[in-house]
Write a protein that binds this ligand. Structure first.
Ligand code: SF4
Length: 380
């Protein structure tokens, strides 16, 4: 069995490690591209969510490389994610592909069902093999995110445009190649020190922007047209509201073990003056995190959403009130298969211009941490 899965940012690095260490052969689809999107769009219903279309393109490209099994996350709640897996299965079967599909539903306390589906996927494995695979995958995931967080801080200050992006790409390759815990930690430390060693502007206090929105669009640079890099190269320090490690910790591990979801409760509390109900996806988080960024003194918020995404349409209708009440500029960017780099870059430039004028008018309200070494990320 040759297993594949959809791309979502750098998720392929820990997922490849997880499945390979469980004894599976993994076919990682080629990185999402115009071809992926064309294949997905051509073969999906017109009004399907954009992430579904890109997923379908990823699967077709993986089948072309020999994959014959698909792993896909399931979902619950009022938005369409709950039936993504089934719709994708039908689309691919109608196209004549012969494959097996494994849909891993969110555990929500039903640990056994998740284990059953995982057992069907990986077959007989020992407990120590599972523990080892999970440790390696988790170490890779946390290393990838430590590198991404540091890159977002340093990129805003780099002297030569593109140098952080280049250093990050090499560090990610090294993490992907590393096989043991020791090799992963070495690759992480080397990567962190290369990124923080990039020549930087001195005495520069960057603007700070928080990114909120639907998880797939926030994490997948092909779909969001590399918003995080674009802003960084305009001299803006970007903080994402969603990192996959936090999301897995909150929605999978704590959920499985039935721990409290403290940070989700906090975000819901922040959103509560504007939105009190779960609307699916990350709608409530988009509102709560925007409030949080305003309170932390950020210069602005960029809200990312796929076209027709129901939870984010709700958030988008609320964010102007958050912006007015808390006096923070918020810009929504909606993506579909017709979105183009130039349009997005123009809007980002206008937004950065606006927030930098506001910063000059208000004085230096955005607080620069000045801590570009991000010492906490260097843990062994
Ligand atoms: S969160 Fe939005 S994009 Fe994602 S499945 Fe739900 S409606 Fe579609």
């Amino acid at each position: 069995m040759k297993v594949t899965f959809p791309h979502m940012g750098n998720l392929y690095i820990p997922l490849r490690a997880l499945f390979e260490n469980l004894g599976l052969t993994v076919i990682v689809p080629p990185k999402s591209s115009k071809r992926t999107l064309t294949l997905g769009t051509r073969n999906s219903p017109e009004f399907a969510c954009l992430p579904l279309k890109v997923n379908v393109g990823n699967f077709i490209e993986a089948f072309e490389l020999g994959a014959d099994a698909v792993v896909m996350a399931g979902g619950v709640g009022p938005c369409r994610f709950g039936y993504y897996g089934e719709v994708e299965r039908e689309i691919l079967e109608d196209l004549g592909y012969n494959f097996e599909m494994f849909i891993i539903e969110p555990p929500q306390g039903r640990f056994r069902e998740v284990l059953h589906e995982l057992g069907r996927l990986v077959g007989r494995v020992t407990a120590s093999q599972v523990i080892h695979a999970v440790r390696i995958a988790w170490e890779k995931l946390s290393s990838v995110e430590a590198l991404e967080r540091l890159a977002a801080k340093v990129r805003a200050r780099e002297l030569q445009k593109g140098s952080v992006t280049k250093a990050l790409a090499q560090a990610l390759k090294d993490i992907d190649k590393a096989e043991t815990l020791g090799e992963i930690r070495t690759a992480r430390l080397d990567g962190l020190s290369t990124i923080s060693g990039v020549p930087q502007r001195e005495d520069y206090t960057p603007l700070r922007v928080g990114i909120v929105g639907e998880i797939y669009v926030v994490l997948e640079p092909f779909v969001n047209l590399d918003v995080e890099r674009e802003l960084g190269e305009m001299g803006v320090e970007v903080e994402r509201s969603i990192y996959l490690g936090d999301w897995i910790g909150l929605h999978v591990i704590k959920d499985m073990l039935r721990f409290g979801r403290g940070s989700l409760k906090r975000v819901k509390r922040l959103a509560s003056p504007y939105l009190q109900h779960f609307v699916g996806g990350h709608g409530i988080e988009s509102v709560g995190h925007s409030v949080e960024y305003a309170r932390k003194g950020f210069d602005g918020v960029v809200h990312l959403a796929p076209f027709t995404c129901m939870p984010e349409i709700v958030a988008e209708s609320i964010l102007p009130r958050v912006s007015k009440d808390l006096d923070i500029p918020i810009m929504s960017l909606i993506f579909d298969e017709h979105s183009a780099d130039t349009g997005v870059v123009t809007r980002l430039e206008a937004f950065v211009d606006l927030i930098s004028r506001r910063r000059s008018r208000l004085g230096n309200l955005g607080k620069d941490t000045g801590d570009v070494s991000y010492a906490g990320l260097y843990r062994r």
